[in-house]
Ligand binder design. Sequence first.
Ligand code: BGC
Length: 457
Amino acid sequence: MPVTASSADPTRVPRLPADFVWGASTAAYQIEGAADEDGKGASIWDTFVRRPGAVLDGHTGDVACDHYHRFDEDVALMRRLGLDAYRFSIAWPRVLPAGAGKVEPRGLDFYDRLVDALLDAGIEPTPTLFHWDLPQALEDEGGWLNRDTAYHFAEYATVVAERLGDRVKRWITLNEPFVHMSFGYGFGVHAPGRALLLDALPVAHHQLLAHGLTTTALRTNVPGAHVLIANNCTPVRLRSDARADEDAAAASAYDVLHNRLFNDPVLLGRYPDLSPYGMTDESWGGIVRDGDLASVAQPLDGLGINYYNPTWITAPADPSGGLPFDLAEPEETYERTAFGWPVVPDGLTELLTGLKARYGEALPPLWITENGCSQPAGTEDQARIDYLAGHIAAVAEASARGVDVRGYFTWSLLDNFEWAEGYHQRFGLVEVDFATGLRTPRASFAWYRDLIAAHRP
Ligand code: BGC
């Protein structure tokens, strides 16, 4: 069935299996607020938002949605939606204020209360252990450029698993190591604000090593743990006027750096060839050590996919600019989100079927761990409904073509702190008035609730 974005009636969206998991996603720094409360240490985002010009209009996550104090209200909203699962992230500096060493029990207590509230509401807690808020004390030691950070991460994960592992079974180690590496360390537009271009590549390996070590820690400490990583993936597209040689080579380079760099080691136990980018031997000059890839590639219970849109690529206009590609605009006229991102639901089918074609038997079940759009303020958000309808239909299409997809978590439950854009981009099923904290469900909230209900046996 062709994927269209017109299925506004939730009962007309193609069906997914009855045991399909319906969820919503958020992240700690984007919603919690309470940035300096109950012993929490500073994260790199607490530091970065204070850098002049780093975030639009100088917005910060100091208060955000004040979820830290209003989580009961938010769980009540999730219950109204009928969610099966809720993906949130745990703030490392709330649990270990300096990243390592002393544990802050009040930080753990918060997540303990949240987990209990979710379970009382019949919603499966699905925590992500790292969604970009690295403790500043570890950044001061080099952050993810420093291999030690991977070991500290596994120790932090162990502390959390020991406290929550009796009730939490499904865990996500990292959120989008690609975006954290490229935006945070490559281009400097996210915390920690370092613009190292391809010299940021060690950040990829140290995050993936952290994923591997943490997978072991979770399996050791949580009987029956179900472990995933959430990778941002994009189908890479060429324009129709692309040149077969240099544009195709640029697209392939982009695919390596965005997609394969983070999927190949996890699924195949090896990195794609990075010799054009300075990593001329397999050990990346000693960064990838014996045994690392075995840890990174240990079996996973699922692969989380965060999808927003395809990426169009051309060869770099300035080959001396330091990167082997330029981002291009599609020639087609797509609907655009408030962010200006093209709305391309069939890109999600292309992505999921493409992963199956590329990785075959090595591909574990897939989970859409993020998908959603920013739309203008207001609660009459037909465009968001169309976006969700189109993308959920795209997942159903991939499923019908034999891809094993187990769940869909929309981004996001609430309007929240959208990183460098501050509060200017609104991704929520629920509108948030950031002056008062007032939550108002949008039309998409009722639509998603009805879609979930329509899937119930
Ligand atoms: C991130 C979210 C972010 C969303 C929209 C994803 O890359 O994981 O934190 O809000 O995209 O930009």
